[in-house]
Write a protein that binds this ligand. Structure first.
Ligand SMILES: Cc1cc2nc3c(=O)[nH]c(=O)nc-3n(C[C@H](O)[C@H](O)[C@H](O)COP(=O)(O)OP(=O)(O)OC[C@H]3O[C@@H](n4cnc5c(N)ncnc54)[C@H](O)[C@@H]3O)c2cc1C
Length: 720
């Protein structure tokens, strides 16, 4: 049985360039992201195909033939005509399938699906020739040759453009924050949010909750639809459920997904790629004698297949009646100015047509460069950031030495050299499937502090004979620069073996806040941030996934309460987030991850700090790395460091500056008051307080919500 699709389109490039791009297999993945190259085969929806593709000046002809079932076949013929400035392409695609009872019954559906895929591929192929995409890639290839070569080998050249776009937005955020006036490109901020009457029009659909972004927002959406029965719409500019990350977490934290009702342990089994025995934290000691390693179990020791987890979430959301829209770009949200909160959300589909959906609330899960987060914070949404790049690699030399790969050991946090480019580079390495290791290179950066200025020249007064006066320029490498360093420096971290290869890239800017304020700016009416756009993770561990999962029960149950009680005004909705006061104060630690005097500063201090953690024991260290610190932990750590290294007082003054020290003291007082309130709560008893919250919900819903939110925060922190 044959299905034929014919069309004629125009590419805005000369025919030789069009031919070259369509022949290039790296571009195929960009056109059909679900297809994966596996040695000589291509995998598409769990079927393997052998692909032949030939071409001359005017004709490209190819076929994809099912490896298991050769009668399953796709033939494509493209005739190119050069018009001088553009190229006309006449395309014929023929899908041949064996004639079965099922294919006859489903004929109509197969035809529609085939047409949809053809449209998608053709749109993506047109995008290859948009004026801004080619020069960007050509420039990247020239400026970052190692990166371009490695991405080409990984068949991931399409990612380079995304990396470039992320870098561009973050460079705007940095510039706006550094200038202090918060001015970002008007395009990014204007028009994305409007308050007023909702348009009187026919909506494409009406829902309780509309989620923009299918990363962490997708997990949240599943709970709201599956456990609470809300009508949910979720859209993403890419395909929902396609992960671009690898996530590590501990088994105890992962249990939150089961207890909240997201899934069962059996469903999680194929998602857990591996679980290693123990993890290590180690900092480069150089010629110093103070080296101290920290070994811990149950910290980030479970490696998840994020793609499979998100695919499961997608299935669950659909099964719970949720609607999912792929390839929809967020354009604008309009919110009622008074009365009950309602939103109208405009999204653009791949053809550029705008669809408008109505809902009670928009959940912003658009990540660290969310236009709504930028709008809310006037272009300066974060104070800290952790630019991170890496790859999943295989074929490292195996062994027990620190620079060899041991699949039973995870590298939780490591440095192998003193500061480079004026930043202290850190490494992480988490074993994955088979002999794979997911490796990250990152550094801590601050955006709005004295120490954060880009290209700031620092010079130090020599503090000891091994690390004399140093003068260096602190840069803030963007992801492309960091990738170039990553490919050059990887052998200094782990030794590549003869079969070494990079499997896939991982990258991103993980945002953080540097204050103990629950909200640094009022919420936009009608919009609730989730995930990185809310950035409530610890500004030291930057475990956004872990924080989201740990707090999922809290954020979904509180949201349910605000929806039921109609408490959707920003001042009541503000309690619905993953904020934890015990990690907010960690901004102080993260400032000590950037060198302040000599290139060895960070390593020297961190080795002292590891010595203190070793003294305090493994349980203590685990609480610290799992964002579960209690109030007394904080003092033991500070006093421990002071005892071993009294100079820390002067260093703190140097690193934080008078303003930073003032902020630290005031944040510490807020933290201590919160701990005192939690202690009182503990004395009264959780069960009594829950009963009280229940009663208050009926007579004074706002007070009841506040009490519930405090109880939920204590529970997430391990305080109650
Ligand atoms: C390399 C790396 C490794 C990490 N490892 C870990 C780890 O091991 N453990 C851990 O706990 N945390 C880890 N993190 C942090 C964690 O991955 C993030 O906190 C988390 O992925 C944030 O998810 P998110 O959905 O909020 O944002 P994102 O993952 O950025 O997703 C945002 C979504 O919104 C969509 N979107 C964006 N703009 C629009 C728009 N205009 N219209 C429509 N859709 C849009 C995007 O396509 C995307 O799907 C890591 C982060 C990085 C970068």
């Amino acid at each position: 049985m044959n299905f034929v699709y014919k069309t004629a389109i125009e590419y805005s490039a000369a025919s030789d360039l069009v031919r070259e791009c369509l022949m290039e297999t790296n571009n195929w993945r960009m056109m059909l992201p679900e297809a994966e190259k596996l040695s000589e085969y291509w995998e598409y929806h769990n079927e393997l195909y052998q692909v032949h593709w030939v071409g001359d000046e005017t004709q490209l002809v190819g076929a994809a033939v099912g490896a298991a079932n050769p009668s399953m076949r796709l033939n494509i013929a493209i005739t190119l005509t050069n018009t001088g400035i553009t190229t006309h392409a006449a395309i014929t695609a023929i899908l041949s399938m064996p004639l079965t009872w099922q294919s006859i019954v489903q004929r109509g559906r197969i035809k529609d699906y085939f047409k949809k895929v053809c449209h998608k591929v053709i749109d993506a192929s047109r995008a290859l020739f948009q004026p801004d995409s080619l020069p960007v890639l050509a420039e990247i290839a020239q400026q970052y040759p190692h990166t371009f070569e490695a991405f080409t080998r990984m068949n991931a050249v399409d990612h380079l453009e995304r990396v470039g776009r992320l870098d561009q937005t973050w460079s705007n955020i940095r510039a706006a924050t550094a200038s202090g006036n918060g001015v970002m490109s008007s395009e990014a901020l204007d028009g994305v949010y409007e308050v007023g009457a909702l348009p009187n029009q026919d909506y494409a659909g009406s829902y309780d909750l509309i989620y923009a972004g299918g990363g962490l927002g997708l997990l949240h959406a599943v709970i709201m639809a599956q456990c609470y029965g809300y009508r949910v719409l979720l859209f993403d500019r890419s395909e929902v459920g396609c992960a671009h990350r690898e996530w590590n977490i501990s088994r105890e934290e992962l249990a939150a997904l089961v207890s909240v009702g997201f899934c069962t342990w059996a469903e999680l089994r194929p998602i857990v790629m591996t679980e290693y025995d123990t993890g290590v934290v180690r900092f480069h000691a150089g010629t110093q004698a103070n080296s101290a390693e920290l070994w811990m179990k149950d910290v980030l020791d479970v490696a998840l297949d994020a793609g499979t987890l998100l695919r499961l979430a997608r299935q669950k959301l659909e099964a719970a009646g949720g609607v999912i829209l792929d390839h929809r770009l967020f354009r604008q949200v309009r919110v009622t100015a008074a009365g009950p909160v309602h939103v109208a959300v405009d999204v653009a589909n791949v053809q550029g047509a705008v669809e408008t959906y109505r809902g009670r609330l928009l959940l912003d899960g658009m990540g660290s460069i969310s236009p709504l987060a930028l709008r809310r914070f006037a272009g300066q949404p974060f104070a800290g950031v952790c630019p991170t790049v890496g790859t999943v690699v295989s074929g490292l030399v195996e062994g027990d030495a620190p620079n060899e790969h041991n699949p039973r050991i995870g590298d939780i946090l490591l440095s192998v050299a003193d500061a480079q480019r004026g930043q202290q580079y850190m490494w992480e390495g988490f074993p994955g499937r088979d002999d794979e290791l997911t490796v990250y290179l990152f550094y801590y950066d601050a955006l709005n502090t004295r120490t954060a200025k880009t290209s700031q020249t620092l010079s130090a007064n020599g503090q000891n004979s091994t690390h004399p006066k140093a003068s260096y320029v602190r840069q803030s490498p963007n992801l492309l620069e960091l990738f170039e360093d990553y490919f050059a420096l990887l052998p200094t971290y782990k030794l590549p073996g003869p079969d070494f290869q990079h499997v896939k890239p991982v990258y991103g800017y993980i945002p953080g806040r540097h204050s103990v304020n629950r909200q640094e700016a009022p919420l936009l009416r009608g919009v609730l941030p989730v995930g990185d756009s809310a950035a409530q993770q610890s500004p030291l561990t930057f475990c956004g996934f872990g924080s989201h999962v740990r707090n999922l029960d809290r954020t979904t149950s509180l949201l349910d309460e605000t929806l039921r009680q109609d408490l959707l005004e920003p001042h009541t909705l503000r309690v619905v987030n993953a904020y934890q006061i015990n990690v907010s104060l960690n901004w102080v630690f993260s400032r000590f991850m950037q060198p302040w005097g000599t290139l060895h500063d960070v390593n020297l201090l961190q080795n002292i700090f590891l010595g203190v953690l070793n003294d305090l024991g493994e349980d203590f260290a685990r609480r610290f790395f799992r964002d579960q610190m209690v109030w007394s932990d904080y003092h033991q750590m500070l006093l421990g460091v002071f005892w071993r290294y009294p100079r820390i007082v002067l260093i703190a003054w140097q690193v934080l500056g008078p303003d930073g020290v003032r902020q630290w003291i005031s944040d510490y007082l807020v933290y201590s008051c919160a701990a005192l309130v939690a202690w009182w709560g503990h004395q009264i008893g959780r069960t009594r307080l829950l009963t009280l919250a229940e009663t208050l919900s009926r007579v004074a819903p706002r007070v009841g919500l506040r009490l519930r939110s405090a109880l939920a925060e204590w529970k997430a922190m391990g305080w109650g």
